[in-house]
Design a protein around this ligand. Structure first.
Ligand code: NIG
Length: 437
């Protein structure tokens, strides 16, 4: 057992759930008053966990002592929505979009073709590189999805890779997204099978093949991808297989009612949310009363004492600010969601089509500068909010017993994340009690 004392912390954002008594971010200035932000503080790590936090003047002795010289410390970012398992480049599509073309789901096929062609070693190298990039920016908990394979073998390969990375502790959560797009070989033309057959494949053999590798199932519920009925079928098959539910909803329009579906099916999160009606906002806020449940019986690897049950709790509204900018979509109404009382998460949606960045600090700055969140609300959404969306109690905060995942800023106060947007403010990153950047 090794203990490390970090001292010289000007602002320590513990976001300790022990002080939690309201929906995440429901009040603009929570934190300073209730002990969730400590000034002139210190922190002790014991192995991979937080063992103590408090005033620097009361810090206990430890095996090792590190002076952070007046820097702010946050929990590492919890990025609850990424698509890291891919090969291929879509910068030309992005450039065309910036010249006026609009985003369409069909680009997923381009990445699917490139991903199918990549050999295992290349794919794993690419994914590990992307995880490293995320960590360098302060992300310490990371979810990733399959969804660029879209055959039984290719989805199984992506899920197995993600599961291996979860098992070795490099990645945290794996999600099956076979229902990302109906691939081109299922176009129903010239005697080829059609979308109905692809859906049968996803909820049948494909799900059967991946269910032992992932904790979650997701669906792109949208015109041009999967309609409401097909999406419901995917989610219900996933639930029957013991998986937690996630939804891509209301990204390109509200036509397929992704939010309402997610709420009805008790999904843990619905993500994107660019086209919401007041009824959608209300429906999400109304799930706040649904309590999380401890433990659960996680399917697949990654089991730890920080996992909550996937089938209980609210539907978190997850907004993806970098994606909104990168697709020139209307910004998701994060302010309205918080004002209504919904639980909010911020994630990067790192993927080659709509958001090729894992920079959570940039997402947080955007949420403050353009979505009208306070700094505290944005930080909570990118830490505690993501943890709730992933049904985890061990990350997203620095309460005693939490995973020792720290983001040390090269600034005395976290407001610099928004005040100095785009500047390299990540000074150190600690994950599971070890310095990783
Ligand atoms: O979350 N919306 C669906 N999936 C991804 C985009 C995938 C792509 O275009 O490659 C997203 O934005």
């Amino acid at each position: 057992m090794t203990t490390t004392l970090l001292t010289g912390i000007s602002e320590l954002w513990t976001l300790d759930p022990a002080f939690e008594d309201a929906p995440l971010g429901a009040s603009k200035e929570r934190g300073a008053a209730d002990g969730q932000i400590q000034r002139e503080a210190a922190l002790v790590i014991e192995d991979d966990r937080i063992a103590w936090t408090g005033p620097a003047t009361a810090a206990p002795a430890a095996d090792e002592r590190i002076d952070l010289e007046g820097r702010a410390v946050l929990p590492g970012w919890v990025d609850s929505h990424t698509h890291l398992v891919f090969d291929g480049d879509r910068s030309a599509e992005f450039e065309a979009r910036m010249a006026g073309q609009s985003y369409a789901a069909g680009g997923i096929q381009v990445t699917t073709d490139a991903t199918r062609s990549a050999d295992d070693h290349r794919l794993e190298t690419l994914v590990r590189g992307r995880i490293g990039e995320a960590a360098a920016g302060g992300t310490t908990t990371l979810e990733t999805k399959t969804g660029y394979g879209l055959t039984v073998a290719d989805e199984a390969r992506a899920a197995a890779l993600a599961a291996r990375l979860v098992a070795e502790g490099t990645l945290d959560e794996a999600t099956f997204l076979g229902a990302h797009l109906v691939p081109s070989e299922y176009d129903g033309a010239d005697g080829r099978p059609g979308p109905a057959e692809y859906l049968d494949l996803v909820v049948g053999p494909m799900l059967e093949q991946v269910r032992g590798s992932v904790r979650w199932i997701d669906v792109f519920c949208e015109d041009g991808a999967f309609d409401t009925a097909a999406s419901r079928r995917v989610l219900e098959a996933g639930r029957a297989a013991g998986l937690g539910l996630r939804v891509h909803g209301n990204q390109l329009s509200g036509a397929q009612r992704g939010v309402q579906l997610a709420v009805e099916e008790h999904a843990a999160s619905v993500d994107h949310l660019n086209h919401l009606e007041p009824a959608d906002v209300e429906a999400l806020a109304a799930t706040v009363g649904r309590s999380v449940a401890p433990g659960g019986d996680p399917v697949g690897p990654g089991a730890s004492d920080g996992l909550l049950a996937v089938d209980a709790g609210p539907t978190v509204a997850t907004v993806l600010p970098a994606c909104d900018l990168s697709t020139r979509a209307p910004l998701a109404p994060a302010r309205d969601l918080l004002d209504a009382g919904a639980h909010l998460a911020i994630a990067s949606n790192c993927n080659p089509g709509t958001s090729y960045t894992s920079a959570m600090s940039f997402c947080v700055a955007t949420a403050v500068l353009q979505m009208h969140l306070s700094l505290a609300e944005a930080i909570r959404a990118a830490t505690r909010g993501g943890a709730l969306a992933l049904r985890r109690s061990d990350v997203g905060h620095l309460g005693v017993g939490a995973r020792a995942d720290l983001h040390v800023l090269d600034a005395p106060a976290a407001i610099n994340l928004a005040y100095r947007p785009g500047m390299p403010l990540t000074h150190q990153v600690w994950r599971r009690g070890r310095r990783v950047a």
